[in-house]
Design a protein around this ligand. Structure first.
Ligand SMILES: Nc1ncnc2c1ncn2[C@@H]1O[C@H](COP(=O)(O)OP(=O)(O)OP(=O)(O)O)[C@@H](O)[C@H]1O
Length: 307
């Protein structure tokens, strides 16, 4: 993080939980992976016969990664929730789980309607033009062919990629592709939209347009989740922020305050001040105790059933 002065501590938490209906409920969610690891220690921990068998087969032992380790949250209509955290803290796994794309190892994920995960639900084909992909993406999100055709102009306008819409998507920069995916996802006007980093890839005009779309969705009582490394994006776009670390919720509260705590922690880490970072973390945990008493939304279905 730039600058050398430590950011100021945020004021104490205020306000109670919103009264609006619950749209997403996550309760004690655990997602574990067992990837193969070349770590010599994992191999060394085996008995000699097993180690020899692994070597003979050219296999590596599997280790357990706890991507999410007991996450609970309740999202409400009209909330835009920023998910903050360092690399590997579990942000994308949380979004994939809410979208119903990641089976929980244990715990519960319920949603009022099928969440749309930006960039995954829209099955785009690199060899086809942006235009053809808009149609495909809209069809993939359940729109009819004529609804998709009607949506085309608005999608192109929101994405701001102009004449490039007629070129194959494989020729797009990653920012252009992200903007188009965002615009396609927004066209379906989903009740629950999950965005993984895409808003950071646009210029100021795109940012303004995408923020307007998010505001419209929230006004229609939807819920937006936005994953970002950037505390500033979350501060500017979200009403609430959740800070994840090693698959656990460190803080869950109003976006400006939680983002400020995250910023102070990132600053201490970047200044190589582990004790300071630890004390910011402890303060944040005390300040923003994650809610553990989640209740199911009345009309909730699991994400794969919903929609
Ligand atoms: N398919 C997978 N197989 C094994 N491990 C995985 C898999 N997907 C994620 N992980 C691990 O789970 C942890 C959380 O990953 P995740 O992608 O959710 O983090 P993230 O906070 O989104 O990271 P980033 O900010 O770098 O995108 C990491 O340790 C990652 O290596």
């Amino acid at each position: 993080m730039a600058g050398s002065a430590e950011p100021a501590a945020p004021p104490l938490p205020r306000g109670a939980e919103p009264q609006e209906p619950v749209t997403v409920l996550v309760e004690d969610l655990e997602v574990r992976y067992r990837p193969p690891s070349t770590d010599a220690e994992a191999l060394g921990a085996m008995g000699p016969a097993r180690r020899a068998a692994y070597r003979a087969l050219g296999r590596w032992p599997r280790v357990e990664v706890r991507a999410l380790d007991g996450v609970s949250l309740r999202a409400h209509a009209g909330e835009s929730i920023g998910v903050l955290g360092a690399n590997g803290s579990g942000k994308s796994t949380l979004l994939r789980s809410v979208a119903g794309l990641e089976p929980p190892t244990s715990g519960t994920v319920l949603a009022r309607s099928q969440p749309v995960l930006l960039g995954v639900n829209a099955a785009l084909v690199p060899a086809l033009s942006g235009e053809r992909n808009v149609i495909l993406g809209c069809l993939a999100m359940g729109m009819t062919r004529s609804q998709a055709r009607d949506a085309l102009e608005g999608v192109v306008e929101l994405s701001g990629i102009g004449q490039a819409i007629h070129r194959p998507m494989r020729t797009y920069s990653s920012g252009m592709a992200s903007r188009l995916r965002f615009a396609i996802s927004a066209a379906a006007r989903p009740d629950i939209l999950l965005i993984d980093e895409a808003l950071g890839t646009g210029d100021a005009a795109f940012k303004e347009r995408s923020e307007a779309v998010i505001a419209q969705m929230l006004a229609a009582a939807g819920t937006v989740f936005l994953v970002s490394h950037a505390a500033q994006t979350v501060e500017e776009t979200c009403t609430r922020a959740i800070w994840l670390m090693r698959g656990r919720v460190v803080a869950d509260g109003p976006a400006p305050e939680v983002a400020a705590d995250y910023r102070r922690w990132s600053w201490a880490v970047s200044q190589d001040q582990p004790e300071r970072a630890e004390s910011v973390l402890t303060e944040a945990r005390l300040r923003w105790r994650p809610d553990r008493e989640a209740r199911a939304p009345e009309t909730a279905r699991s994400p794969k059933e919903a929609g």
